[in-house]
Design a protein around this ligand. Structure first.
Ligand SMILES: [Zn+2]
Length: 216
């Protein structure tokens, strides 16, 4: 593959810094992780957004979180169609092979994917409506959330509500996977919904009884 090039210098320097400090200080831990395999307690499904730093928020070490990221932290419905379902594959592996105890769906404020979905569903983003738009077709998962928005709310309120709908719809879709339902019924798995407010550093948790989110 001729297009592969050496890493830019600043990344090489950062890596060397990590190797000389974090890795050097925790050599035994890394050796153990390599020899014993991973045993993460939680899976996090978060947005690709670079501002959502899952391991930093939870002060996590290597080996603790099985993390899957995609645009707008969406879980598609269970569709065993033989196609290339990356999110469903990660979920299947986490639950049936790693026996994860918690699946945490983490949405966030200022989500570009959700804003794009809002624009698309409002008829303001024709490029996302095209069959060839990977983002648009992925964001179709969130269309039912757009239908549930309150028309009386202003644009910003609707965007925030849709970010939270992305979490709720993912939680709903998780329950369409037979292995998720089975693990929950066997008391082996719990689902959690979070929405992170980037500027306030707050995490809001979904409360099913209230069908709403509350700060932790
Ligand atoms: Zn996002």
């Amino acid at each position: 593959m001729e297009q592969a090039r050496p890493l830019p210098k600043y990344l090489v320097q950062r890596y060397q810094g990590w190797k000389a400090t974090t890795f050097a200080d925790n050599k035994v831990w890394y050796k153990r992780l390599a020899e014993e395999g991973q045993r993460p307690h939680s899976m996090v499904i978060s947005c690709c957004d670079s501002r959502i730093h899952v391991t930093s928020i939870f002060g996590a070490d290597s080996g603790e979180f099985f993390i899957h990221r995609n645009i707008a932290n969406l879980v598609p419905p269970y569709e065993p169609t033989g196609d290339r379902h990356g999110t469903s594959a990660a979920l299947e592996y986490a639950i049936t092979s790693l026996n994860i105890a918690h699946v945490i769906v983490m949405g966030h404020s200022n989500c570009g994917g959700v804003a794009g979905c809002h624009a698309m569903c409002s008829g303001n983003a024709p490029e996302l409506d095209k069959a060839s738009s990977f983002v648009g077709r992925w964001m179709d998962i969130l269309r039912p959330g757009f239908e549930r928005l309150d028309e009386k709310h202003d644009h910003d309120q609707q965007i925030m509500a849709l970010e939270k709908e992305a979490v709720k719809i993912s939680l709903e879709n998780l329950m369409t996977f037979p292995f998720v339902v089975k693990a929950i019924e066997g008391d082996k798995l719990m689902l959690h919904g979070l929405w992170a407010d980037i500027s306030a550093g707050e995490l809001h948790e979904y409360i099913p009884e209230e069908n709403d989110f509350r700060p932790i």
